[in-house]
Design a protein around this ligand. Sequence first.
Ligand code: FES
Length: 89
Amino acid sequence: MRHTVQMSPNGGQFTVIDGQTIHAAALNHDIAWPNRCRIGACGTCLCKILQGDVSYQIEPMLTERERSEGWALACLAIPQSDIVLTFEE
Ligand code: FES
């Protein structure tokens, strides 16, 4: 199964295959996504999920408040639906 990730507000879009992280899919589509560690430790890949759901195979180091506000670590986040996200607060 594939899911679509739409980036707001610039409207960029890419697809994610089943089990792939948002970050890995973005790199496969030559999107210059901020990153350093790619293992959930640095927070550089942080984005905010505006619509849709993600899951994690490795629990991200995010507070409950950050998670409830929609913040996600793209290098660990696996879409469970189509996603709309932003890098803005
Ligand atoms: S790249 Fe470091 S937390 Fe995602």
